[in-house]
Design a protein around this ligand. Structure first.
Ligand SMILES: *Cc1c(COP(=O)(O)O)cnc(C)c1O
Length: 360
């Protein structure tokens, strides 16, 4: 069976080495030494100003909205994972969906302005598949209308744009370190902010708002992560270059093998680096995509329709809204298997199975 993704696991003894220390110290959670070490190494690796290690990518989004005191309407993308939208609703704000750009598949900055009302407090955009949003255009709009910007960077680990980390754009960027992601700590998340006071506030929020054992600086929640999770993060970080390189090779193999397929890939940001987190294809029509998907599943190979259906149409707690580009793309997009353990021969097989459908 070939799934769409498989978690990377380091050699078991590398993980166990970290566990020895945990048993010696008997410090299991609450910003222990491994969590701090992970934050330090990730800050270095990603080259970001400030970074916090948190429970998961969803709580990171909720903490971001809370820390920025967002109220009213938040402009966002319907082409993302459900957590991008549900976090807005969870924090008692209203998501306002803006259609995506047909090439980048990210929120279309040219359509944001017409969605801004006196109630708008922020823009929450996702770097879909790790492809950077038009961060400069969004920054300009945010300045002009005095809006906060949050980026959901769950797919964008390690990406740079215009020569700096993508996590250093906007007021806050969040990331997910879930097992299915490119780089993971089983469960886990990151929050980056360029402003020192804002990251301090987020650190309080992560720990119930505690400011000393008997004092509180404000409202908080439990956004901490454990030493066991940090240990997996540290063990995996030692392999990040190999993970990146393998995914690059697999991606190039797909690109070569599928040259003649009637499908397109998202247009990548011209100043952005690639992290090979997904292999998305937008087929010419839904029928061809479904036939390819079915032919793969007959062979125990499973792609995923990331992201279908549109978040603007499918959530039972929101009024459905049609958005031409999102609706069209989400029907035709398929992500092919991509993970460290996948072999080049398996990619060749997947390419053959897909081309056979098209040529029949
Ligand atoms: C995975 C993902 C999340 C959620 O992250 P968790 O760590 O699973 O909570 C949020 N947004 C996007 C775009 C994601 O892909």
């Amino acid at each position: 069976m070939i799934p769409v993704t498989k978690p990377f696991l380091p050699p078991q003894e590398e993980y166990l080495k970290y566990l020895d220390g945990i048993w010696k110290r008997q410090w299991l959670t609450n910003m222990g030494p491994l969590s701090s070490e992970l934050e330090m190494h990730l800050k270095d690796f990603l080259n970001v100003k400030h970074l916090l290690y948190v429970t998961n990518g969803t709580i990171a989004l909720q903490m971001a909205i809370k820390a920025l005191d967002l109220k009213g309407e938040i402009i966002t993308t319907p082409f993302s994972f459900v957590a991008t939208t549900s976090s807005i609703v969870w924090e008692n704000c209203t998501p306002i969906f803006v259609d995506i750009d047909i090439n980048s598949l990210n929120i279309d900055p040219n359509k944001i302005e017409e969605a801004i009302t006196p109630k708008t407090s922020a823009i929450l955009a996702t770097h879909v598949y790790g492809n950077p949003c038009d961060v400069l255009a969004i920054e300009k709009l945010a300045k002009k209308h005095n809006l906060k910007v949050i980026y959901d960077g769950a797919h964008a680990f390690g990406v740079k744009v215009n020569g700096k980390s993508i996590f250093d754009y906007g007021d806050i960027t969040t990331c997910s370190l879930h097992a299915t992601k490119l780089y993971h700590s089983i469960e886990g998340g990151l929050i980056c902010a360029t402003d020192a006071n804002l990251i301090k506030k987020l650190a309080y929020i992560r720990n119930f708002g505690f400011n000393g054992p008997e004092a509180f600086s404000g409202l908080g929640i439990n956004g901490k992560n454990s030493e066991f999770h940090a240990a997996m993060g540290l063990a995996n970080l030692n392999h990040i270059d190999a993970i990146h390189e393998k995914r690059r090779l697999l991606t190039e193999r797909y690109n070569n093998g599928l040259k003649n397929l009637k499908a397109t890939a998202p247009t990548w940001h011209s100043n952005g680096t690639l992290n090979y987190s997904y292999y998305p294809l937008v087929f010419d029509n839904e029928e061809l995509m479904l036939r390819c998907m079915n032919n793969l599943s007959l062979n125990e190979i499973f792609g995923r329709r990331y992201f279908y259906p549109s978040l603007a149409k499918t959530l039972p707690y929101l009024e459905p809204k049609e958005l031409a580009i999102t609706d069209s793309i989400s029907k035709r997009v398929l992500c092919l298997p991509l993970y460290y353990d996948l072999s080049l021969e398996e990619v060749d097989l997947i390419c053959r199975l897909i081309l056979r459908v098209q040529n029949n």
